[in-house]
Design a protein around this ligand. Structure first.
Ligand code: FAD
Ligand code: DHB
Length: 391
């Protein structure tokens, strides 16, 4: 088997890349360890930046997104029993975000794949990356009980944080930067109307809470929990009570409760691996970096990485110009580090840290009060939240 670009992983990074390459007439094969149902079933991101929506529109993959996605012109912050709104559109010259679940994005990408010649091999196991320092790299894998080799020009490692691609980079080449946070997010989905028509990020003495949604009838809520907490200890009743306390009386007024049908705990981490290219191997998305979810940057970064990578591959194949590929890592990392900074800062502003003393708590509240009263501070938040330009 031979292709121009072997893509490992059919998450948002891998599949958006495959669609971008297919549109440009570049041959690619996606190798995915799991089944389509598994990938599509994972409840993860919910908020799309303006640029992510624009890219999906450019690919003509936005019909359902336009019909069902919820465009938000603002977001809200609750603290100390107060609630204030940040008018993102007014502060950024009209930019917005769109609430549309990662599951829906994946469904749209998968549904369009076959007709557009996007080739995906599901249940490709034991992927091994070979020859990245040579001109003839390949990927070996097992599928349907037998071994296969996919020869290619380039390998795109889009296989997430626990994938094989980053591990295939020589240890002496890779630099890793990391913060592990001493808490996680417990998230639920429930078939109830959202408490508010926009998101609410809440800072409370007990810890962070987030009110989000998937549709006008489906809510997505999160509360910060300790790393030692067990999901079995969080009955729905306990979750709803704690969420109401943390959102505060104003924000929680009208909170509709109901049975949860998804409940999971996700740890929080900041992580960047540099560089994002070695020889014939490129990394993109969670394979190269992780942000804590505060600010909803993870999936959007995966998409902006592959937008840059696809542009570089097109310049290489169409114009014989290698400069895009040579500059990919530096260009992608410049934007990634800004999103890392924003996600780290927004996490620090809104969460309770175990070692927080009364001074640190006062600093948080002072910063929230400052943002509440300052158009300049709100503009900084808004322009990061809607997504920085690709540059
Ligand atoms: P992944 O989605 O992890 O996809 C990688 C794919 O590679 C997977 O399908 C995996 O099965 C496959 N794979 C792995 N290893 C191999 C292998 N060895 N061989 C073959 N295939 C392999 N982001 C946002 O932008 N907004 C949000 O609101 C947001 N909220 C989040 C909430 C939660 C609870 C979580 C957990 C994440 C959230 N994120 C959010 C982050 C977002 O989900 C990820 O950043 C995004 O999925 C990254 O896409 P990816 O394609 O790089 O990686
Ligand atoms: C969601 C997740 C986030 O991390 C965030 O900042 C906003 C919304 C969500 O899952 O809806």
């Amino acid at each position: 088997m031979r292709t121009q670009v072997a893509i490992i992983g059919a998450g948002p990074a891998g599949l958006v890349l495959a669609h971008l390459l297919a549109r440009a007439g570049i041959d690619a094969v996606v190798l995915e360890r799991r089944t389509r149902d598994y990938v599509e079933g994972r409840v993860r991101a919910g908020v799309l930046e303006q640029g992510t929506v624009a890219l999906l529109a450019e690919l003509g993959l936005d019909a359902r997104l336009r019909a069902e996605g919820l465009v938000h012109t603002g977001t809200n912050i609750a603290y100390d029993g107060r609630l204030f709104r940040i008018d993102m559109a007014a502060l950024t010259g009209g930019s917005t975000v769109t609430v549309y679940g990662q599951q829906e994005v994946m469904r749209d990408l998968f549904d369009a794949a076959e007709a557009r010649g996007v080739r995906i091999l599901f249940e490709a196991e034991d992927v091994a990356i070979c020859g990245i320092e040579t001109d003839s790299p390949s990927v070996r894998f097992r599928r349907g009980g037998s071994g296969h080799t996919l020869a290619c020009d380039w390998i795109a490692g889009c296989d997430g944080f626990h994938g094989a691609s980053r591990a295939a980079m020589p240890a002496d080449v890779l630099k890793v930067f990391e913060r592990v946070y001493p808490f996680g997010w417990l998230g639920i989905l429930a078939e109830v109307a959202p408490v508010n028509h926009e998101l609410i990020y809440a800072n409370h003495e007990n810890g962070f809470a987030l009110a989000s949604m998937r549709s006008p009838t489906r809510s997505r809520y999160y509360v910060q929990v300790g790393l030692d907490e067990r999901i079995e200890d969080w009955s729905d009743a306990r979750f709803w009570d704690e969420l109401a306390v943390r959102l505060g009386p104003e924000a929680a007024a009208g909170l509709e409760r109901g049975p949860s049908f998804e409940k999971s705990i996700a740890p929080l981490r900041s992580f960047v691996a540099e560089p994002m290219r070695h020889g014939r191997l490129f990394l993109a998305g969670d394979a190269a970096h992780i942000v804590p979810p505060t600010g909803a940057k993870g999936m959007n970064l995966a998409v902006s990485d592959v937008a840059m990578l696809a542009e570089a591959l097109v310049r290489h194949y169409r114009d014989g110009d290698p400069s895009g590929l040579d500059g990919y890592s530096e260009r992608a990392l410049a934007r990634i580090w800004k999103a890392e900074r924003f996600s780290w800062w927004f996490t620090g502003l809104t969460h309770r840290f175990p070692d927080m003393d009364p001074f640190a708590r006062r600093m948080q509240v002072a910063e929230l009060a400052y943002i509440r009263g300052s158009r300049a501070a709100q503009t900084v938040l808004a322009e990061n939240y809607v997504g920085l330009p690709l540059a």
